[in-house]
Design a protein around this ligand. Structure first.
Ligand SMILES: [Cu+2]
Length: 179
């Protein structure tokens, strides 16, 4: 038996079906793209000055009464000459120092780094708990989890850049020399 569909009941030719599929595909890609962009904004932030890129500056919330807070980030030098982090300042503390952690006679110690921190040409340096870090000394207020505070970094060649430190939760760490 052969049937012939009335013309109106026939499936539409390929084109309209495809284009609605394509529309949905484009929409799905757009949604994914926006999700990706907003996730990037939340999870990471970066700053550029000259040949340097400063990735994800972060700090930690401090307990009431704490006098110091750490500061961490990664600096990437895409230039052909080394640079040097010379000084740091922030409204959150009276002063800010560059520190180095190390083990001396089996004891974890930290000391200020004199002469700045070299960022090798084409290389990168990570400031992180347990290693090089910034120390905001004589806090004027406690950094709170979820907020950001700004600080100014001065490099020998690239110059000065203001970055935002994202404050993460209080976490136990060997870098916590608040007491
Ligand atoms: Cu320190």
């Amino acid at each position: 038996m052969s049937h012939s569909f009335p013309i109106a009941a026939r499936p539409m030719p390929g084109r309209p079906f495809l284009s609605s599929f394509e529309e949905r595909l484009v929409l799905a890609m757009l949604v994914l793209f926006l999700l990706f962009v907003s996730a990037q904004g939340v999870l990471a932030h970066e700053f550029k000055v000259g040949d340097l890129e400063i990735e994800h500056p972060w700090s930690r919330a401090t307990p009431a009464g704490a006098k110091v807070a750490g500061g961490y980030f990664t600096v990437i030098n895409s230039g052909s000459a080394p640079d040097r982090l010379l000084s740091i300042s922030s409204d959150i503390s009276a002063k800010a120092e560059l520190h180095e952690m190390g083990v001396k006679d089996g004891v974890m110690t930290m000391r200020p780094v004199s002469g700045g921190l070299e960022i090798p040409a084409g290389g990168k340096v990570a400031l992180k708990p347990g290693g090089y870090h910034l120390m905001f000394v004589d806090l004027k207020r406690q950094p709170k989890q979820g907020e950001k505070f700004s600080a100014t970094l001065t490099f020998e060649k690239a110059g000065t850049v203001t970055v935002e430190f994202a404050v993460e939760g209080i976490g136990g760490s060997m870098d916590d020399h608040a007491n």
